[in-house]
Design a protein around this ligand. Structure first.
Ligand code: F6P
Length: 481
């Protein structure tokens, strides 16, 4: 699809959030996360209406003024339609079902000693279903303006939206992209069957379904077959299309004054060997085992004492959810355990910074000798693609076999099994000792792969997959913004 087309994008977190500035004026802040970044080419090239949840009090006030025209980071206009949810509905939707249940099930972090909670059925009905209904209703409203516009629904928050839209508008052209892993039928069996089936049926209402990897796609086909006997249909509508990063944006960021200043600060105190990790503070990212592995490395290799530092830049995330609060405390304990045992005046082995600071992350990307990306499971992991683009030290990527990015980058990384702490310690050691020529060749390998499969390619493929399965009827024109 090369001409400008109207598109309706639907996601929980929108591309911008609103806040009130110091002088009382309305300011926008860029929505966080890979999903929002990945969809930017669509906004730049097409007439996008973005339907999303109002997430703050200011968002909710803004939402009352209805649909509004906003600008993307690159200046392209798009229409934003924020949907206001009742506070309790949103808590049940985001804080009970979407994250502690769906996110944990799909990252194999489910805890059978405790879950599922007895009131999951209520949270599903009055939270997840309600919030999906509200976003579906807004989407249907948009389709009344542009009936043939492709509807691109995003991620695990919105598994029910496609079926709700399909029921109201049978001819709608609907795609969904899942940004997290998909798991097989045994993993889904921990949920009440009616919930697991509704999720799969919700998605099968789409014309086209995207996943980051062939592995997640195959698991989806398998779970559709096991739960609904609809594996063949799932096979027909699904494809794998790993999300990309904006290389041009990272080239520009590397030259940004803020990044240069932070890089200078880092250089002033950098150790001989800098190991870096950059993640959201999320249990799936496996920071605790990473710190334990670093402790094991120091235990085995006293020659590294005083010469190596692990810099961990963690972005606070989902702090209202108890499991995330517990994990934050576990992170602090794991860092203290390493520093108390090995630290000495003038050398703190682990430096932990918990703050949302993209510029500091990019500075660390530029400076790492070893980058540790060890998620328990990850749909893709953008850090593994972003950091090598700007690294200036022939840094080595230590990458979990369970990250979606592993499928693309495995030739050029030191692989790790995320549950094997000793193995991760050995992998860090191997990465530190890797010969210069290999370091350089691997970094180049990652970079050229990331630059080849860029964001435009990702976005256009999503539209092409939908067009192939649900073509726009010939001669039907659509209206714009
Ligand atoms: O990985 C899926 C994802 O939607 C990413 O796009 C994003 O980084 C993260 O989850 C955001 O989560 P939340 O909206 O809960 O902050």
């Amino acid at each position: 699809m090369s001409r400008r087309e109207p598109l309706v994008v639907v996601s929980n977190r929108g591309p911008v959030g609103f806040l009130v500035g110091p002088g009382g004026e309305l300011e926008t802040s860029r929505g966080a996360g890979g999903l929002v970044t990945a969809l930017r080419p669509l906004v730049d090239r097409h007439e996008v209406t973005w339907v999303a949840s109002a997430m703050s009090d200011v968002d909710r006030e803004v939402a009352l003024s209805g649909r509004r025209i906003e600008q993307s980071a690159s200046g392209s206009p798009f229409a934003l339609r924020l949907v206001v949810h009742d506070a309790e509905v949103y808590r049940l939707f985001y804080g009970v079902v979407a994250n502690p249940v769906l996110w944990f099930v799909q990252h194999r972090l489910w805890d059978l000693k405790r879950d599922p909670a007895a009131d999951l059925g209520r949270a599903w009905q009055h939270g997840y279903l309600e919030a999906n209904r509200a976003l579906a209703a807004a989407t249907i409203g948009e389709l009344d303006r542009v009936p043939d516009a492709p509807v691109l629904v995003q991620d695990y928050h919105l598994y029910l939206v496609p079926a709700l839209v399909r029921a109201a508008r049978p001819g709608a052209r609907i795609a969904h992209f899942t940004h997290i892993p998909w798991v097989g039928p045994d993993s889904w069996a921990v949920l009440p069957p009616e919930i697991a089936c509704a999720i799969h049926e919700g998605l099968l209402a789409c014309d086209s379904l995207g996943f980051h990897t062939e592995r997640w796609r195959a698991a989806f086909v398998e779970s559709c077959e096991a739960l609904l006997g609809r594996g063949a249909e799932a096979e027909r509508v699904s494809h794998a299309n790993p999300i990309a990063v904006d290389a041009v944006e990272f080239d520009a960021l590397a030259a940004n004054d803020g990044v240069i200043a932070r890089r200078a600060e880092l250089l002033a105190k950098r150790p001989e060997i800098l190991v870096v990790r950059v993640d959201r503070a999320d249990p799936s990212k496996n920071a605790v085992r990473g710190f334990e592995a670093f402790g094991k490395l120091l235990e085995h290799r006293s020659a590294l004492h005083g010469r190596v530092v692990l810099l961990a830049l963690l972005d606070p995330s989902r702090e209202e959810i108890p499991e995330y609060v517990d994990y934050r405390l576990a992170i602090d304990r794991a860092v203290a355990a390493v520093n108390d045992r090995f630290g000495r005046p003038g050398w703190e082995p682990v430096s932990l910074v918990v703050r949302d600071d993209l510029l500091a992350s990019v500075a660390a990307y530029a400076e790492y000798d070893v980058l540790l990306v060890n998620p328990v499971m990850d749909g893709l992991n953008l850090v593994a693609k972003e950091a090598p683009l700007v690294n200036g030290r022939d840094g080595v990527l230590v990458l979990s076999r369970e990250a979606g990015a592993f499928e693309e980058l495995d030739e050029w990384v030191v692989p790790v099994d995320p549950l094997d702490v000793e193995g991760q310690a050995r992998a860090l050691e191997r990465a530190i000792e890797l010969p210069d020529s290999t370091r350089r060749a691997w970094l180049e390998g990652i970079r050229s792969r990331v630059r080849r499969h860029d964001l435009d390619a990702w976005a256009e493929r999503e539209l092409a997959e939908l067009e192939a399965r649900a073509p726009l009827p010939r001669g039907r024109a659509t209206m714009g913004l």
